[in-house]
Design a protein around this ligand. Structure first.
Ligand code: FPP
Length: 245
């Protein structure tokens, strides 16, 4: 990666393509998900090395319950075993873990594991890793609206945003989807309003450091206008630079 690359503060990733990666090798889909965990570990390390502060990944969607029962139970077991094997290293690497999603459908054992992992890494601040599990953007907006209604709080952009499950982090700057598909699939519907979208043909298990660098470089070439026009951005950049002098 070039030294001058603009590094996004928050990257969100739809880790798609595990099943196809496995099928191409005549392996069961779960082997692809296991390889997906290895790819996630590599990505966490690479993000931390490049100065990314927050990484949010879509590990299990509200809709994934509709997959074959053995794949669903395999993903639940994979979550539990990944927590068991990876948390000590994540803790040493300065990663703070958050599990984001609806916990009410998860088993008591899985929920205890998530809570333990969050507590074990709560003192870390090098990289925040949000593992979105049993998460859906629509679920998130609905639960936030319900919570505000129950508390009698008027619904505004600010109050709703603060009640969302990812309120502990700013919105993603860069939204990556691997696996060649170009859709959001109910991930971070609210938070991705101004994220830069990047679609990679790499299947998730193949997404490596150079794939990440290509995504970051593409991000650096984008002009983020947030509803303004280019000339306004140049004026505000110039005034920021003169204040810094
Ligand atoms: C989508 O690929 C991937 C998932 C539904 C699961 C993502 C999970 C991981 C990357 C492993 C990390 C998981 C945990 C539990 C920490 P797909 O299965 O839809 O792939 P396909 O489109 O090729 O079928």
């Amino acid at each position: 990666m070039t030294r001058s690359a603009v590094v996004p503060n928050h990257i969100a990733i739809v880790m798609d393509g595990n099943g196809r990666w496995a099928s191409m090798r005549f392996l069961p889909r779960l082997a692809g998900h296991k390889q997906g965990v290895s790819s996630l570990k590599r990505c966490v390390k690479a993000c931390a090395q490049r100065g990314v502060s927050i990484l949010s990944v879509f590990a299990f969607s509200s809709e994934n319950w509709q997959r074959p029962a053995d794949e669903v139970s395999g993903l639940m077991d994979l979550l539990a075993s990944a927590i068991g094997s990876e948390v000590p290293q994540l803790e040493r690497d300065g990663v703070r873990l958050y599990f984001v999603g609806n916990r009410s459908d998860l088993s008591q054992n899985v929920v205890k594991g998530l809570e333990k992992a969050e507590a074990a890494t709560a003192h870390n601040s090098r990289l925040v890793l949000n593992v979105c599990f049993n998460y859906g953007g629509r679920w998130d907006i609905a639960q936030a609206a319900q919570a505000l209604c129950t508390q009698g709080v008027p619904i505004t952009e600010a109050s709703l945003g603060a009640a969302l499950a990812l309120a502990h982090v700013p919105d993603p700057d860069l939204f990556i989807r691997t696996g060649g598909e170009q859709r959001i699939s109910n991930f971070l519907l609210w938070q991705a309003a101004y994220s830069e979208m990047y679609f990679s043909d790499d299947l998730w298990p193949e997404f490596d450091e150079s794939s990440l660098d290509r995504a970051i470089e593409a991000y650096g070439r984008r002009e983020r206008r947030f509803g303004k026009v280019s000339s306004q951005l140049r004026v505000s950049e110039a005034s920021q630079a003169s204040r810094a002098d």
